[in-house]
Design a protein around this ligand. Sequence first.
Ligand code: TLP
Length: 341
Amino acid sequence: MNVIDLRSDTVTTPTNNMYRKMQVAPLGDDVYGDDPSVNKLEALAAEKLGKEKALFVPTGTMGNLIAVMAHTRPGDEIILERNSHIFLYEAAGASRLAGVQPLTIKGIDGVMDPKEVEESIREENIHFPATGLICVENTHNMAGGMVQPVENLYELRSIADRHKIPMHLDGARVFNAAAALDCDVKEIATHFDSTMFCLSKGLSSPVGSMLVGAKDFIDRARKLRKILGGGMRQAGILASSGILSIEKMPLQLKIDHENARILSEGLNKISGFSVDIDKVHTNIINLSIKDRNITSEGLVKEMKAKGILANPRGKDYIRLVTHKDVNFENICYALKIFETI
Ligand code: TLP
């Protein structure tokens, strides 16, 4: 059976060029700083994001955790959105391993109200923890891949500057945000002291994420990566693919976004399914099945039997994610299957 996997863009497999590059990549021991491919990837990532330095890490989760650890001290408080990945899906690593307390703000479509952020910053008081970091997610996964409005980033930055608090971007899909805004990814990263982005999602590498920031921040991050067991050896095999992710794959994201739009429009024509098209900014669709007499788990099971994979999102929604391994024909085929459900 022809399986169409819409569970996540993390399921993408490497391109043929990536496989070819991996075979001939110059390698060395990256813990000694000797891997030319890793060094090239880190220089490229820093340059693309407009920061001084970058660090190659195995996962987005580790990149975010290292950022929290490098910006804060145990006992600090960090401000983040209630439905953010760091708060919901990183197994409380920030609390457990960075020793920080999360203060969450319920955003609208993942967007925090700057006024509420400012009011949440702790003043100096013997009873209070210090606010050590503000985190933002762009695109916002739970909000269905929505892009953070640029004005909001300006406002948050000026608040952070006023209170001398660093800002970290969980930019797992920041290249999707840049593609949607038709801007340089630097224009988003410029608002943040650090950014984590994933090579292993829509950018299609098999493994890896990048953490970028100022030199002293990345120097601290490198030590923290070692502490967490993320110091890799001949990681150039992976880095060579990461280089292609940054150089070649951003163009693919526009196709993924277009496919998500086509899929959403098609789904809206099928009774009982609904997608808020205005909220489909990138490659993630939150499909509402409220008007169907079925739970999301039940629907996902039925779809799986027909060769379409997706993840439930709460009981009333399923999440569909487009990526390079799902082409236009696959989207049309998936819509035909949805019609039979
Ligand atoms: N997201 C995954 C799952 O963990 C939910 C997915 O399929 O979307 N930040 C954001 C915004 C993410 O969406 C993810 C992964 C991460 C961080 C973590 O990246 P990895 O999986 O590399 O640790």
